[in-house]
Design a protein around this ligand. Structure first.
Ligand code: HAM
Length: 418
C-alpha cells in the first residue's frame, strides 16, 4: 500500500520550501528588530486550556480540535492556535514579574479539523507576536505596524488591513443587548435565531445574502463604545496614521476566537479565493484571568505562512529563490575527490554555498550536475591539475575557464562572488 500525506496536509518540497522559510523569516524580522524575543511552547496542551482560553462556543474549540487521551489518561489537544499556550507559559514561568511588556514571537504549526480547500489546511503554520502586560494603545499600533512591515518586506502589495474595536466588558454587554433586539426583529431561520441568542456577534459573520441583506442597518460595536474604549481606539488610529499605516474600518469584523476585546484586526488578500485572511489578531485583556492567571493585558497577531506564500504567488512575487549553491566541485578520480571534499568544506567555512559531484561521476555527468545546481562557478580537478598544484575554475555563465593555484581557490572565489 502506498501512503499519502493525511487529508488537509501537504508536503513542503524544494524548491517551493525555500519560499516558505523565507516568508517565515521575513515576517518575523520586524518583530525581532522591535525587541520581541523567541518563544517555543509545546505543540499539544491540556485540552481545558483551549476550552477556557479560546472559548467553548467557538467553532475552533467545539468542532475543529484534534483532541486525544494520552496513555496516562490526560486529555490533550494539538494546538489550534498559539496565543493560549504562550499566555499559559507566561503565567507558569511568571515572565510578567520582569520587564513589561513581555514581548514574544513564535513560529510553528497549528492544527484545525477544517474542511480542506486551497489556503485552508488541517496543519498550517503561523508566525505570531504577543505583547503582554502593558495597556498602551501605542503598543496596539506597534503590533499592527509590525505585520504591515513584514508583508511589505516580502514585496506583498495587495493586502488590506481591516480594523475595528470590540469594546470591553463595560460596553460590550450593552451593545450585545442592542444587537439582540435588532436581530429579533429580522426574518431569520431557527438555527440563526438560536445563534443570535447565544452569540449574536456571530450572526454578523453570516455569509448568506438573505441574511446580509437584512444587516444593512445593523447597529455596530464601534458606535456603542464606552468612553475609555472610544479613546483607546482613537489613540490607536492616531498612532497608525502618524506612521503611515492605512486601514479600512471594519465595524462588522468577527473573529473566530472569543478572547478578543478592544483593538481587533485582520489582514486580507484578494488572491486567495474564499480564504482571504492572511493574518489576524487583536487585544485579549481577559485571556490571562480566564485561564487562572493574574490580570494581564495583551495584544498580538498570527500571520498564516501558507496563505502568505499563496498570496505572494498570486501577485507573481518570487521570494527565497536564491541559488542553492554558488560553487560546484567536479573531481575527476578518487584522489581528486578527496581533495575536492576538503576544498568544498573550506569554501563553506568561508561562507560560500558549495556542493560537489558525489558518486565518482565522469566529467560529462558531473558538469551537467554543475549546471543544474545553479552555481555560478565550477571547480574542476583532474590528475593533471593535481600534479600542477592547480584547479580549473570555470565560469558557468560564459564558459570561460582559467587555471588557479589550488591554495588560492577559496580566496579567488571569495573575490569573484563578493
Ligand atoms: P486566527 O485568525 O485564527 O488567529 O489565525 C491567524 C491566521 O492563521 C489566519 O489569518 C490564517 O492566515 C492562518 N490560518 C488559520 N487557520 C488556517 C487554516 N486552516 N489553514 C491555513 N491557514 C490558517 C489566531 O490564531 C490568533 N491566535 C492570532 C492572535 C495572536 N491573536 C492575538 N494574538
Amino acid at each position: 500500500m502506498a501512503f499519502v500525506a493525511p487529508k488537509g496536509t501537504y508536503d513542503l518540497l524544494p524548491p517551493e520550501a525555500a519560499a516558505f522559510t523565507a516568508v517565515r523569516e521575513t515576517l518575523a524580522r520586524p518583530a525581532v528588530l522591535a525587541g520581541y524575543e523567541y518563544i517555543e511552547t509545546p505543540i499539544f496542551e491540556d485540552t481545558a486550556l483551549f476550552a477556557r482560553g479560546v472559548g467553548e462556543s467557538t467553532d475552533v474549540v467545539s468542532k475543529e480540535m484534534y483532541t486525544f487521551p494520552d496513555k496516562g489518561g490526560r486529555s490533550l489537544t494539538l494546538r489550534p492556535e498559539s496565543t493560549a499556550g504562550v499566555m499559559r507559559a507566561v503565567i507558569e514561568h511568571r515572565l510578567y514579574a520582569g520587564q513589561l511588556p513581555v514581548k514574544l514571537w513564535y513560529a510553528g504549526p497549528n492544527f484545525r479539523y477544517e474542511r480542506p480547500q486551497s489556503g485552508r489546511y488541517r496543519h498550517f503554520t503561523q508566525v505570531g507576536v504577543e505583547a503582554i502586560g502593558v495597556d498602551d494603545p501605542m503598543l496596539d499600533a506597534e503590533v499592527v505596524a509590525l505585520a504591515v512591515e513584514g508583508y511589505r518586506a516580502l514585496g506583498l502589495r495587495e493586502f488590506r488591513l481591516l480594523l475595528t474595536s470590540l469594546g470591553d466588558p463595560a460596553c460590550r454587554p450593552q451593545y450585545r443587548a442592542v444587537l439582540q433586539a435588532f436581530l429579533a426583529g429580522l426574518d431569520l431561520d431557527e438555527d440563526t435565531r438560536r445563534r443570535a441568542e447565544l452569540n449574536p456577534l456571530r450572526v454578523l459573520d453570516d455569509k448568506r445574502p438573505e441574511v446580509q441583506a437584512q444587516l444593512a442597518e445593523v447597529p455596530t460595536m464601534v458606535a456603542h463604545l464606552c468612553r475609555p474604549c472610544a479613546e483607546h481606539y482613537d489613540a490607536v488610529r492616531a498612532r497608525l496614521a502618524d506612521i503611515g499605516v492605512q486601514w479600512d474600518e471594519a465595524p462588522r469584523l468577527v473573529r473566530g476566537l472569543d478572547y478578543y476585546m478592544r483593538t481587533t484586526f485582520e489582514f486580507v488578500h484578494g488572491g486567495l479565493g474564499a480564504q482571504s485572511a492572511v493574518g489576524g489578531g487583536g487585544r485579549y485583556d481577559g485571556l490571562s484571568a480566564s485561564i487562572g492567571g493574574p490580570d494581564l493585558t495583551g495584544i498580538g497577531w498570527a500571520l498564516g505562512v501558507d496563505r502568505t506564500v499563496l498570496a505572494l504567488r498570486a501577485e507573481g512575487v518570487g521570494v527565497g529563490v536564491s541559488a542553492r549553491c554558488q560553487v560546484y566541485g567536479v573531481p575527476l578520480g578518487p584522489v581528486a575527490a578527496g581533495l575536492m571534499f576538503s576544498l568544498v568544506t573550506r569554501l563553506r567555512a568561508a561562507g560560500i554555498a558549495a556542493d560537489l559531484a558525489y558518486g565518482g561521476r565522469g566529467l560529462k555527468g558531473a558538469m551537467k550536475a554543475a549546471d543544474r545546481s545553479g552555481a555560478a562557478y565550477a571547480v574542476v580537478l583532474g590528475d593533471h591539475d593535481i600534479e600542477a598544484g592547480q584547479a580549473q575554475l570555470k565560469d558557468l555563465r560564459d564558459g570561460a575557464q582559467v587555471a588557479v593555484p589550488l591554495d588560492t581557490v577559496v580566496a579567488t572565489l571569495q573575490e569573484k562572488l563578493s
